[in-house]
Design a binder for this molecule. Sequence first.
Ligand code: SAM
Length: 356
Amino acid sequence: MKLSIPRACGSWSKSPPVSTTLHKPISFYSSIPSSSPLKPQVPLFLRPPIHSATLSDLQKWHHWAKTLPVPHSDDPPDPTLLRRELKWLLEDALEVHSSVPQMGSHSDDRPIKLRTSLEQLYSVWRQRIEERRPFQYVVGCEHWRDLVLSVQDGVLIPRPETEVFVDLVGDVVTQNGDLTQGLWADLGTGSGAIAIGIGRILGPRGRVIATDLSPVAVSVASFNVQRYSLQDIIEIRQGSWFEPLKDVEGKLSGLVSNPPYIPSDHISGLQPEVGWHEPRLALDGGVDGIDALLHLCNGAASMLKPGGFFIFETNGEKQCKFLVDYMENESKGNFYDVKIVPDFAGIQRFVTGFHH
Ligand SMILES: C[S@@+](CC[C@H](N)C(=O)[O-])C[C@H]1O[C@@H](n2cnc3c(N)ncnc32)[C@H](O)[C@@H]1O
């Protein structure tokens, strides 16, 4: 599992928001369920510009950041990517983006409005370079499809390959309109990415229950659901896999999950941004990486209604083949049209199918 090139969060010109209402200050916490007492962090680009610094002090920081030495590593970050990240960090931190081109000019004592303090900018860039903290945690968000999702420590950064879930659900509901009005579940929702993508496809007649064991994920997913005004469609529940779904057993039109699937022994060899910083709960799939996937396969038949559709994301070809074999042979007669679907890079990534 690698982290791909992130995109800046506050620069709407690169990827416009779905709705201009997202610029409005909103009350972030009102619809977060009582099961989620944690207060989610607000992404940098949404914070009020209550800090200030002189342009020359900002220039000093910028020069320091550009020249901060990267500690020796077998897997160092790409310098071009770091330069881009620095630019994006500035764009998110500044109230007025047009100050950015002036960064190269001479000393200037004009005040600049910032969304975080200069001290914090020194601190977070040191974390990015010296501790390999993912850029997405530094700025508190990630672009995913046309969404800008809040993320923070303790929540998996949604990956580009996972975007395929939304296309697959779009295709299946186009062919089978009944599924649009049904109840869907996204298990291990993390930031809520898949649930939000599906919720927007289903529209007002659909319903999605998104669950996670992690209280931080529950809090962040709730924040993201509310920011996209989907709280009437998506309900967030906390608990382990099917446990919070007992009331909807046998009623699901769709069941989707991107569970932890990295074999435990492989975690120490992951890119530092992932292995050192992303939550183990989101990565570790047990000895063969398949523990959670098997649990989900075993429960899917009792959760889905006849004709219900499922998608599971896997680590690649080996896990896909294992799951297809398992579903066709061990769960005899429960599923049909079980298929492997590749991701954008052509890697066998997803297993999909229907419940009889
Ligand atoms: C690979 S991450 C996927 C996150 C998100 N769906 C995405 O695609 O970006 C797996 C998620 O499963 C959650 N998880 C791990 N064990 C769980 C369990 N027993 N029950 C529910 N969720 C669990 C983790 O907290 C994490 O959010």
